[in-house]
Every structure is written in C-alpha cells, then in structure tokens.
Write a protein that binds this ligand. Structure first.
Ligand code: SAH
Ligand code: SF4
Length: 391
C-alpha cells in the first residue's frame, strides 16, 4: 500500500542555535547579525560597522576563520571565535558530467543530504539550489516528489550551497581583483529539491543575502524562483524578494494538471493565472517563465499548445519546454523530438519565446527533476521492506 503525502507546510525547521553550541553567522540577515553581536558584547555603537566588516569577509572573500579577518582587533577576533562559527554544508561527493555539469551532494544537520547542481554555459554559470530535503508535494513526474522525508532548509543551508559552489569553482577574488570579470557563478535558480514557497522566509532571507551588494552581489534579475503554484505566496514573492518567477505549469486542463501537479487541486489553473497577472508589475520583472515538461501522450498535443497560448494571454511570458528526464521507475516517457518541435512551433507563432531546455548532466542524474539523494533512497527502501515485513 502506498501512503500519499499530505499537502502541508508543517515541515520541521531546525533552530539556528544548538543548545550551548556556538552560533552560525552564515544565514543571518544584517539586522540579525547586529543583534547577536550586541548580545555577545559588541558595543552598540560599533555593531553596524562590525557587521559590514564580517559580512564582507564571509560573502565577498569566502573566509571561514575569524583569525584571518585582519581589519578586526586580535582580541575581538578571539571573542568572535568563542561565540560564533562560520559554517557551510559539508560536501559528501561531487560528480562531474561529460558536459561539465557538476552535481554536489551536501550533508546538513541531522545527517540529511541535499543536491546542488552547477551548470556552465557559454554566457553564464547557473547554480541550481535546493530549498528543502525532499518535497511535500507529489508531482507524479518528479523524482524528488517520491522522497518521503522532508524538512525545510535553514537560511544558512540555502545560502551555504552558494558559498560551497564558489569554493569549488575557486571564485573568491584576490584582494584588489577587478570586480566586473565574467563570473563563473552568475545566476541562481531555485529549481533543485523542494518547493521554495513552502519555505518562504528562509528562501527570502537567503536570496536577500545573495543580492546584497557588499557580498555575493547577484542582481535580482539573475535569480529565478520556480514554484509549482503556491498561490498565496506569489504576491509576497513579488513584494519581498522581487526575483524572476518560473511556474511549473505542465498542463492546460485542470483534469490533467490535478494528476501531474497535485497542488492544482488546492489552487487551480484559473486561480494560479490570476495570481500571476500582477507579478511582473509588482516585482518590476519582465516576463514570467512557464515551465512545461513534455510527456508523451499526456500533455503534448497541438490542442494543448493552442490552449496554453490562450490561457496565458495578457501575461508577459516565455515558455520553457522541458523534455521529460527519466528516472528509475518513472511512469512517463519523453515526447518524441518531432512532437516537441511541433509544440514549440505553435507557441512561437503565437508570439512567445519557446526555448527547449537542453537536458544537462543526464549521465550523473543531475537534470531537472532527477534529484534525490542515494542515502534517502536507501533509507526509504529499507523502511518499505520493514513495512512489508510488518515490522
Ligand atoms: N518545486 C519547484 C522547483 C523544483 S523543480 C517546482 O516544482 O517548480 C524544477 C523544475 O523541474 C519544475 O518545473 C519541475 O516541474 C521540473 N521537473 C520535475 N521533474 C522533472 C522531470 N523528471 N523531467 C523534467 N522536468 C522535471
Ligand atoms: Fe516538489 Fe517541484 Fe518536484 Fe513537484 S516538481 S514534487 S513541487 S520539487
């Protein structure tokens, strides 16, 4: 018997501070960092300046050791080291695809693991980061959705993925290096494991850190958040993050979308589209990306393409067609190439950009929707075995 996972936001978020342990400074907003510094003895008058200095060491220079922070007094550095740490997720393994895509398996508190993928392209380098361990949603074509164990990532674990990737890419500038060189890590997409809008506060704070001009300094136009359609959080995303938005649309009737993206039963296509109409204006972004996974004989007819165009009329949009990426035991097949092209053609002729996403890192299971850590897989199958045995 299979147990369906309920649609819920009630997933665990671990506390930032372990009892009696040093506190991690990574993932704190500037205001939070100021508060904890004052709490631990930094004079209030100096706190803002100290935050600025520490912030630059962590996010601009990639430093993890207080001892190196040469513009702080030695005694102050020692005090910091007594109360705080600068901690990022631990890399358990790294795989590099034939096409240069890198997949990192990272271990976080509690022994959980998440995956992060770096995709180099000619004009950019995109880091695909995770927002949850697993996902409470159960989209039927997505490997992550079959993983039962779920917890929200903390802000530190979300931004930590960026810091770890920069370590691996060796992208911490030498003092005095020009700022405008082409970056290896130039874009972030929240398209890894998890539904980012079910972990809103932590995702928002992490992206604010990524955008901070005195640190990682990525423009909000270079950050894309992908959601399956958590309607009430979409307006908040526009107001509080202001990044680019991608929607996992995937079907043109409620009947089909209910099956593919079950959150549709909660907020259907019309409610979703209504929420999207105001997004570009409020967030001052140009276009919303509609993601559409191409599943053979499920959602890939000419009629689907025409309905899609009709539905999104009036919304500044681009449609990203994603050839389905298979995973062990997946219940669908990828649409034929000629079908995908015919579908793309209808959309293009209706006046929308309709790029077909080239699957990247397929040989290392790093493509969209294939992420699911081996450990969690093993854990689940052991549980399943136990359940079958009546344990
Ligand atoms: N939870 C968020 C973000 C993660 S998924 C969301 O659903 O939007 C990133 C994108 O990959 C989504 O559009 C998702 O629907 C798509 N995807 C999931 N599994 C896939 C698969 N097996 N093949 C192709 N795309 C997939
Ligand atoms: Fe979760 Fe997104 Fe996968 Fe759906 S597609 S199960 S929302 S990660």
């Amino acid at each position: 018997m299979t147990v369906s996972t309920p649609i819920t936001q009630d997933v665990l978020t671990i506390p930032r501070k372990l009892p009696d342990g040093p506190m991690n400074l990574v993932g704190l907003t500037r205001a939070q960092m100021r508060d904890v510094l004052i709490e631990h003895g930094t004079p209030e008058k100096q706190a803002k300046m100290r935050v600025g200095q520490i912030w630059q060491w962590i996010y601009e220079k990639g430093v993890r050791d207080f001892a190196v922070m040469s513009n702080l007094a030695k005694t102050y550095r020692a005090e910091l080291a007594e109360h705080f740490v600068i901690e990022v997720p631990e890399v358990v393994s790294k795989q590099v695809s034939l096409d240069g895509t890198r997949k990192y398996l990272m271990r976080i508190a509690g022994g959980h693991e998440v995956e992060t993928v770096y995709i180099p392209e000619e004009d950019r380098g995109t880091l695909c980061i995770s927002s949850q361990v697993g996902c409470t949603l159960t989209c039927s074509f997505c490997h992550t959705g079959t993983q039962k164990l779920v917890r929200n990532l903390t802000t530190a674990e979300i931004i930590g993925q960026v810091l770890v990737a920069r370590d691996d890419l060796g992208e911490w500038p030498e003092p005095g290096a020009p700022k405008n060189e082409t970056r290896l890590l130039s874009n972030i997409v929240l398209m890894g494991m998890g539904e980012p809008l079910y972990n809103f506060d932590n995702v928002r704070d992490a992206m604010k850190i990524a955008m901070d001009p005195e640190g990682i300094s990525l423009s909000r136009r270079r950050i894309t958040l992908s959601t399956s359609g958590v309607v009430p959080e979409i307006a908040k995303t526009a107001q509080e993050i202001g990044c680019q938005l991608a929607i996992s649309f995937h079907a043109t009737t409620d009947e089909v979308r209910d099956k593919l993206v079950p959150i549709n039963k909660k907020w259907n296509i019309m409610e979703l589209l209504d929420a999207l109409r105001t997004y570009p204006k409020v967030s001052n972004s140009e276009r919303i990306t509609f993601e559409y996974v191409m599943l053979k004989d499920v959602n890939d007819t000419d009629a689907d393409a025409r309905r899609l165009v009709k539905l999104i009329k009036g919304i500044p949009a681009k449609i990203n067609l994603i050839p389905f990426n298979e995973w062990p035991g997946s219940p669908y097949e990828r649409s034929d190439w000629s079908r995908i092209e015919a579908f793309a053609d209808i959309i293009y002729k209706a006046g929308y950009a309709s790029p077909i996403r080239t699957p990247r890192g397929e040989d290392i299971m790093a493509a969209c929707g294939q992420l699911k850590s081996a450990t969690e897989r093993a854990r689940k199958s052991k549980k399943a075995i136990e359940a079958e045995a009546g344990l």
